[in-house]
Design a protein. Structure first.
Length: 167
């Protein structure tokens, strides 16, 4: 772990795509570890990958400490590192999937002075990424058993609109 840096590991998971989904994040700073997660009754894997990053950044209060976000989602990492989101802002997110989450992520990134995104290979030798995966899966499995899965309102509304337009 890097000293004087917040290390963030994130992952999203779905049972079916779309299907039940969960996200998880592990945040590490000065030897302290924080684990967060949540789950939804119907969503997509990409939405859960984005949600993991969003919720981890929401939980960080100090915006002046360097942050490294590790994600196994090339969708997330490449869109940020290759500045696709800058192009999307100019087009008003026209024809872009998950615009609600991308807009939220852009707003959350802005106040951080030093933030970097790194891709890690999924289901490989990165123990913290593997742990995030287990936490994300457990989130939707355990919350489903307790009938406590959240509602991904934007996704479900969008899906209903698409279905109605096909009829």
């Amino acid at each position: 772990m890097k000293k004087d840096c917040i290390e963030v590991y994130t992952d999203g998971a779905c049972s079916g795509n779309p299907g039940k989904g969960g996200w998880a994040a592990i945040l590490i700073y000065n030897g302290c570890i924080k684990k967060i997660s949540d789950a939804y009754r119907k969503t997509t894997n990409n939405r859960m990958e984005l949600k993991a990053v969003i919720e981890s950044l929401k939980s960080i209060k100090k915006k002046d400490i360097p942050i490294v976000v590790h994600s196994d989602s090339q969708y997330v990492v490449n869109c940020i590192n290759n500045a696709y989101i800058e192009k999307w802002k100019k087009t008003g997110f026209k024809n872009i999937k998950n615009p609600d989450l991308w807009k939220e992520l852009i707003d959350l990134i802005a106040p951080f002075k030093h933030i970097r995104f790194e891709w890690v290979k999924a289901h490989a030798s990165n123990a913290l990424n593997n742990e995030c995966d287990k936490i994300a899966v457990n989130a939707y499995l355990s919350k489903d058993l307790e009938n406590q899965l959240g509602i991904d309102t934007f996704y479900e509304k969008q899906e209903r609109t698409l279905t109605n337009n096909k009829s």
